[in-house]
Design a binder for this molecule. Structure first.
Ligand code: BG6
Length: 483
């Protein structure tokens, strides 16, 4: 069965991992700008890369040498985007996911008017995408809350941040609404409980009360902000669509022991909390109870329940990299995955970073989500981070990447055949960029190689990998030719 003609193909990026130019045009610092590259830390040790203190942030801000803060330079997409977009167009992209840096428009998050230079930059970017027939799919918030709000009041823990975010979103819809018809609110919204600083601007050290409570307070504020800007989008740009964005952490019971199945079920309850709120329109009763039993109370205010119920999203988007298993045994061996530690699955292989590769898990994710919500789905992140070698003749042979995508596309196509309504697929990432978790560039995801190392050395020149030509063929055949 051929894929629908309207199926979108492309790639996904985030401002904080590609743009660089962190001080240009009046841009204010965001939490990503103090993410330090730790060359001696084990890249598998997720927690160490996310540790943050006020002293550490201030020291990073005072550090004039940007070398150890790779997200400040990204891959210089800010200046090089015309060339990069041309390469994406050459691959046949019909969609590109990017995000807008909040602090490029509102440097501290609190200004009343946006910076003209920031507005002009994104207008030029989206206009160029349209010229190349690449539809923008735009995330409003991708791991870059304003640092000023984080230092002032733990950003999303404070309810007032909703208002500030609405102002930012209103600017985006008004200024770019004629160019952008597909929007996402918060990248991996569930992630705030796993990396509170990166997602929510929450500094553990300065939180009053428990961190657990602070995270769910902030998550609730993001839900309210997302519902509120979804309503706003419908007023300003009625022909546009809004999606939510989840981390699909597909979890299997480690064994058929009922204890393992129950542990998995408990994990899934919180996994689906965000989609239940954003697609279903309200908090699921059992998840609320599970939080209550942990001592967490959701800070509902008048009107919140109605706002969530009346402003559900148009489509569900998600990232999928790996699956994991869950066990009731506290000593079961764990391995990292995307922002988590899961119990190791002996049936799966994994990357150097420990992420377990499971193409069938993608089909399971698609079927699960479609079955639960019957809303159109969009795969907005999926890909393989590996070390690549640039050969002397300027080639990169990456059969492992082609193999990864081929296996995932086969499962994606099977899910569509089984009846899932899938709007499109955008890979993470079409070009090498700075890793979110470890700030390395040597964990390479792209079809395009960037000549730059973890310390920022290199020409920055772009090279087409073997997978570039393979993906080009896949897109040209609309998924029919995976050879
Ligand atoms: C997702 C994020 O969690 O995973 C991306 O939305 C991130 O920002 C991607 O880059 C891959 O993770 P990492 O840590 O390998 O960059």
């Amino acid at each position: 069965m051929p894929l629908p003609e309207t199926f979108r193909w492309g790639g996904a990026l985030a401002a904080n991992q590609v743009e660089g130019a962190w001080r240009e045009g009046g841009r204010g610092p965001a939490v990503c700008d103090v993410a330090t590259y730790k060359p001696h830390a084990d890249p598998k040790d997720y927690a160490v890369h996310h540790q943050v203190t006020v002293e550490g942030i201030n020291a990073a801000l005072a550090d004039q040498n940007d070398q150890m803060y790779p997200k400040r330079r990204g891959i210089d997409f800010y200046h090089r985007y015309p060339g990069d977009l041309a390469l994406f167009a050459e691959m046949g992209f019909t969609t590109l996911r990017v995000s807008i840096s909040w602090t490029r428009l509102f440097p501290t998050g609190e200004e009343v008017e946006p910076l003209a230079e920031g507005v002009a930059y994104y207008k030029a970017l989206f206009t160029e995408m349209r010229r190349l027939n690449i539809e923008p799919l735009v995330t409003l918030s991708h791991y870059d809350p304003p640092l000023a709000l984080a230092l002032k009041n733990n950003c999303w823990v404070e309810r007032r941040t909703i208002e500030l975010f609405e102002r930012f979103a209103r600017t985006c819809f008004t200024e770019f609404g004629h160019l952008v018809k597909l929007w996402l609110t918060f990248n991996e919204i569930d992630g705030i409980t796993r990396h509170p600083f990166t997602s929510g601007g929450i500094i553990d050290q300065t939180v009053e009360g428990s961190l657990d409570q602070a995270c769910y307070t902030a998550l609730h504020h993001q839900f309210i902000a997302a519902a509120s800007v979804t309503r706003l989008l419908r007023e300003i740009s009625p022909d546009a669509q809004m999606g939510c964005m989840l981390t699909m952490l597909v979890t299997y019971p480690n064994t058929c022991r009922p204890e393992d199945v129950a542990a998995t079920q408990a994990k899934e309850r919180l996994l689906y909390l965000c989609s239940d709120v954003q697609a279903g329109g309200g908090y699921p009763r059992l998840a609320l109870r599970a939080l209550e039993l942990r001592g967490v109370k959701i800070p509902f205010e008048d009107g919140d329940v109605e706002l969530l119920a009346e402003n559900t999203i148009d489509f569900i988007s998600f990232s999928y990299y790996n699956s994991m298993t869950e066990s009731a045994d506290p000593n079961a061996e764990r391995t990292p995955g995307n922002t988590v530690l899961g119990v190791k699955n002996p049936f799966l292989g994994s990357t150097e970073w420990g992420w377990q590769i499971d193409p069938i898990g993608l089909r399971i994710a698609l079927i699960d989500l479609y079955d639960r919500y019957a809303k159109p789905l969009f795969i907005v992140e999926n890909g393989l981070g590996m070390r690549d070698e640039l050969t002397e003749d300027g080639r990169i042979h990456d059969p492992y990447r082609i193999e990864y995508f081929r296996a995932h596309f086969q499962q994606m196509i099977q899910a569509i055949e089984e009846g899932v309504d899938l709007m499109g697929y955008v890979s993470w990432a079409p070009i090498d960029l700075i890793s979110s978790s470890s700030s390395q560039i040597s964990k390479r995801y792209g079809f395009i190689y960037v000549d730059q190392d973890d310390l920022g050395r290199g020409s920055g020149k772009r090279y087409r990998k073997d997978s570039f030509f393979w993906y080009q063929k896949v897109i040209a055949s609309n998924g029919a030719d995976l050879s």
